[in-house]
Design a protein around this ligand. Sequence first.
Ligand code: FAD
Length: 403
Amino acid sequence: MGAGQAGLHLGIGLLMGGHAVTMISNRTADEIETGFVMSSQSMYGMALGFERELGIDYWQHTAPPYSAAQMRLADSEGRVGLFWQGDMGEPGQSVDQRIKMPRWMARFEELGGALVIEEADIATLERLAASHDLVVVASGKGDIGRLFERDPARSPFTQPQRVLALTYVHRFSPRPGKPAICININPGIGEFVSFPGMTRDGPCEIFTIEAIPGGPMDVWADVRTAQDHLAVSERLLRDYFPIEAERIDGHLELTDDKAVLRGRITPTTRHPVATLPSGKPVFGIADAVCVNDPITGQGSNNAAKCAKVYLDAILAHEGPFDAAWMTATFETYWDYARYVVDYTNMTLTPPPPHMLAVLKAAESDPGIAQLMANSFNDPKSIAPWYYDPAAAEAFLASRAVAA
Ligand SMILES: Cc1cc2nc3c(=O)[nH]c(=O)nc-3n(C[C@H](O)[C@H](O)[C@H](O)COP(=O)(O)OP(=O)(O)OC[C@H]3O[C@@H](n4cnc5c(N)ncnc54)[C@H](O)[C@@H]3O)c2cc1C
């Protein structure tokens, strides 16, 4: 249930594995294609590789690739406190979900899947649970996901940590040098993250402004139109990220009149199994049960990785898909996802000293910069030293000895 990044990936994989699949979507392909943007959906090597395994990476050669990541900490006057840039092992790319999901819906139907357009509710889930061996809820941030109980031990926040404003633009030049994902932090105020993407009319630049709630960039409450959204974005960029504002070529232009999104997300992990009134269990996947703030660009990647874990587990399983199987399958995913949760949450809160020490070391040690650039692909790859003060100290000491 839910024709997004995780639902369609899993549904297509199951069809290819010989299963019969019904997909419930609350929007038609046409409504998705002509609707508002939903994400900046920057994706990296591992997740893109899982799509490639299913032959659904249709944009591998057409979406603009980026092969580096950079991070800059600078104040509103452009005084730089920290800067590193590293190469990524495999390029990342971002394909507007308004293009991607309709194409995947068509592929799902080509493979014989049954696509049903319906706003799913509990009665829908009951109906599906009565007629199917397994019901997977892939509703993303949709309200029906509240069916899954919040797991307080895995959810440190009870409030959104950022106010988000997403925009797809033209007339914003790529940074000189290698195309890169650019992360800019103005301490105490918020972040500006940009990278190249592909939207309905071709290449563009996509950026997200992440405002600390109550801070000077939290100015979106009265913004109503897409043009107002664009004007506020440009002003914030010039006021708080002057180095990035140099990339503006005259004035920014929207790629289309639905190329904007505003919102806020409370990072939350939920218990992966919910029990319907009939007593039947349903299984949550991706954002429905583990949603992060987009600051580190992990949600679509997580959705692809969660779909891969669930797909492999379903294909390998014999016997009923009961609550114990669901819990064990989610725990396999959580072994990875817990690093993504920590990685993202550490970026939302004032950085602990050991994290700052690692980022500072990346300025002068290209090897560390490269490891950090590749951490977007796999946040687990920088464990334990990015997450643990003692491990960070030992890691940095070993780098110094090697140097
Ligand atoms: C501003 C912003 C920027 C982002 N940037 C990035 C990024 O750069 N990189 C990255 O990896 N991730 C990013 N993300 C996150 C990423 O888009 C999501 O994490 C990802 O799409 C989640 O996949 P999903 O399959 O769980 O949910 P979705 O892709 O959201 O799919 C859920 C689907 O379920 C449908 N649905 C919901 N409720 C119902 C219902 N009751 N009945 C039927 N259908 C229903 C929805 O319409 C939707 O089609 C960003 C998110 C935001 C908000």
